[in-house]
Design a protein around this ligand. Structure first.
Ligand code: ATP
Ligand code: MG
Length: 180
């Protein structure tokens, strides 16, 4: 099993549809500062179901949508598709090639698909979970992450742990409910 292509459209700095092709083995992404290398890694995490805005280096999930530049207006949605070569059958699905896609609309709606058929986030997580690239197994250490943890205030550090444990969203909901 290996990653074949990653297509970004309206994701962070990738306003126009951009496809990256990967060969088996190690891939290096090179480019000047601010050219979008880390955004590519963010797109990979995101399409595999990442729910933490902080992990994606944003404040809220909407921050993954192209926010516009001097010459180009903001977009209304971000879309990322990842195609995985499954000729070895590592993914428990009867296709030699599997494409997972995720779309987020600025109004908050989102869509997930496997090989073009609409599905739930849970279906994508289930599909990937046994393969070694699922939620539990894949480890992406983002640039500056270790540094951020070391410099964090105790409150921020608690936030990292809560996000990793998946309780942050519940605490936010609780805080919101208590404010009412
Ligand atoms: P470095 O070498 O410094 O790590 P990098 O190649 O990893 O740089 P990224 O962090 O991937 O760079 O890209 C940063 C750029 O992405 C910034 O110019 C930032 O403005 C842009 N960017 C991030 N989010 C969005 C967004 N939602 N809309 C438009 N541009 C965005
Ligand atoms: Mg970077």
């Amino acid at each position: 099993m290996h990653l074949k292509t990653l297509t970004l459209r309206g994701f962070k700095s990738f306003a126009s549809a951009t496809t990256l092709r990967f060969e088996p083995g190690v891939t290096c992404v090179v480019g000047p500062n601010g050219s979008g290398k880390s955004n590519v890694v963010d797109a990979l995490s995101w399409v595999m179901g990442e729910q933490g805005a902080k992990t994606l280096r944003g404040g809220k999930m909407e921050d993954v949508i192209f926010a516009g530049t001097a010459g180009r207006p903001p977009l209304g949605r971000a879309e990322v598709s990842l195609t995985i070569d499954n000729t070895d059958g590592a993914l428990p699905i009867d296709y030699t090639e599997v494409t997972i896609s995720r779309t987020l609309f600025r109004n908050g709606g989102s869509e997930y698909a496997i090989n073009g058929s609409s599905c739930r986030l849970l279906d994508i997580q289930d599909l990937l979970s046994d393969s070694g690239i699922g939620r539990e197994m894949h480890v992406i250490v983002g640039q500056g992450r270790l540094d951020a943890v070391l410099r964090a205030t105790p409150e921020e550090r608690r936030g990292f742990v809560e996000e990793a444990a998946g309780v942050l969203k519940h605490r936010k909901r609780k805080e919101k409910a208590l404010r009412k």
